[in-house]
Design a protein around this ligand. Structure first.
Ligand code: SF4
Length: 432
């Protein structure tokens, strides 16, 4: 029977990327306890094996930043978007010293390939992960700099027939350990072990099935390339409109979740974590479809749960929403029938703008978004001078609706998430 362990502490000293040796010791004991509850580290890592850790280091945030106004150091709650550096340091140390692994490599790819600051070399560094694992004798790599091989998806495939993965993850003598962060996600409700696979792909492959089949893509890869172990870092956690806590949305970071969830099957581990976050695993597409298509169990009676009980650590996380029409003052959304992915992307853009909008409200220059096929376009839109953003291939027919219309092609047009907010804010600033 698949096994999942929950480990919790009432208090954990230090911050994810700023901590003392004594602080780290607390997390090290939690990770060690997780391995012991699952049967011992030797069960997952053999002597002289290479261990590859895949964290979620998607952003250029640590847990401390310099306040631009005062020049003083302050807490950076956006750092919750990354796997806790202490957890990765602890796994590295235990793998090398207790399991006698040959080497421990922490690998990641860019979250967006459009801008330097989203590259893995930056995110691994700023998150504190690089320093943490190197201090324990580990290494970091950008998977984009390693050889890739094309693998066939185990049949029956649901979203794709083949995909490229780092060659190192396909070797028999490599222990692949999936190390996501405990976070909500506006596309998939949560981003845990299943969604963390997206970070092993090169950019073009990240875009494969990045539409309504996105969850099935993770099912396909989880069945084809299962990790030996999934260790979810939930010391800090993200709720609400994840995966990245935004400025002005401090409620999104939970700094005292103080929990690690580890398991030998990724679907089962995600299912237990979803319950700990207050969600029904059946309501999470990646988990429900993972169970349905045989990637692992989600029913509690098929999982041997060890350590803490779910109820003793459970919190009711705020659920993310992909609704974007009528949510925010200052944003007008015209929807045809988009799938959940373009809706979530538009919502994420709107969430990001709400911090800045109040300052520019007086100009009455709200942006207009059009997404999905079969949209009804009101007459006043055709005459507007306001900026109109047409999101995704499904809405292409509206790309010339006004002279101020900007079309973002793609399915899903991920470039829109970075380009549209900067374009809107630039316009707002020009009116001052
Ligand atoms: S363009 Fe957007 S709405 Fe259309 S299928 Fe792709 S992701 Fe969905």
């Amino acid at each position: 029977m698949t096994k999942v362990a929950i480990v919790h502490r009432d208090e954990i000293p230090g911050l994810p990327s700023n901590y003392t040796e004594e602080d780290l010791q607390v997390v090290l004991e939690m990770v060690d306890e997780s391995f012991n509850l699952l049967g011992g580290i030797d069960k997952f890592i053999k002597p002289d094996e290479t261990v590859v850790l895949k964290p979620n280091c998607c952003t250029y945030f640590g847990s401390i930043k310099v306040d631009k106004k005062t020049g003083e150091e302050c807490l950076d709650l956006q750092g919750a978007a990354n796997t806790d550096a202490r957890v990765l340091a602890a796994i590295t140390k235990l793998a090398l010293e207790k399991a006698n692994a040959k080497e421990v490599i922490t690998g990641e790819t860019c979250a967006f390939d459009y801008h330097d600051r989203w590259q893995a070399c930056i995110t691994l560094n700023v998150s504190g992960v690089e320093a943490a694992v190197k201090s324990m004798g580990g290494k970091v790599v950008d998977f984009n700099n390693l050889e890739r091989v094309e693998i066939e998806i185990k049949k029956p495939a649901n979203a794709m027939a083949k995909i490229h993965v780092p060659e190192i993850l396909t070797r028999d003598n490599v222990a692949f350990i999936n190390c996501p962060a405990m976070k909500t996600h506006s596309f998939e409700t949560v981003t845990l072990g299943m969604k963390n696979y997206q970070g092993i792909f090169k950019w073009e492959d990240k875009m494969i099935a990045h539409d309504g089949k996105l969850s099935l893509k993770f099912v396909d890869i989880a069945r084809t390339l299962p990790p030996r172990l999934t260790i979810i870092s939930g010391i800090w956690a993200v709720q609400g409109q994840g995966p990245i806590p935004m400025r002005g949305h401090e409620y999104m970071t939970i700094t005292d979740m103080n929990t690690i969830i580890a398991g030998d099957n990724v679907v089962a581990t995600d299912a237990i974590c979803a319950k700990v976050m207050g969600f029904n695993p059946k309501d999470i597409r990646t988990i429900r479809l993972g169970a349905y298509f045989g990637a692992g169990p989600m029913d509690l009676n098929k999982i041997d749960l060890v350590g803490e009980s779910i109820d003793s650590v459970k919190r009711d996380f705020i659920k993310p929403s992909n609704e974007c029409n009528g949510i925010y003052e200052g944003v007008r959304v015209i929807e045809g029938c988009p799938c959940y992915v373009c809706k979530a992307l538009t919502r994420a853009i709107c969430d990001g703008l709400t911090f800045t909008y109040p300052k520019f409200k007086k100009h009455n220059e709200e942006p207009i978004f059009i997404l999905g096929k079969n949209a009804y376009i009101p007459e006043d839109i055709k005459d507007t001078n306001k900026e109109v953003f047409v999101i995704g291939d499904c809405a292409e027919e509206y790309k010339n609706i006004t002279s101020n219309t900007h079309f973002y092609p793609g399915c899903t047009p991920m470039q829109a998430t970075l380009e549209i907010p900067s374009k809107i804010i630039k316009k707002w600033k020009s009116l001052e």
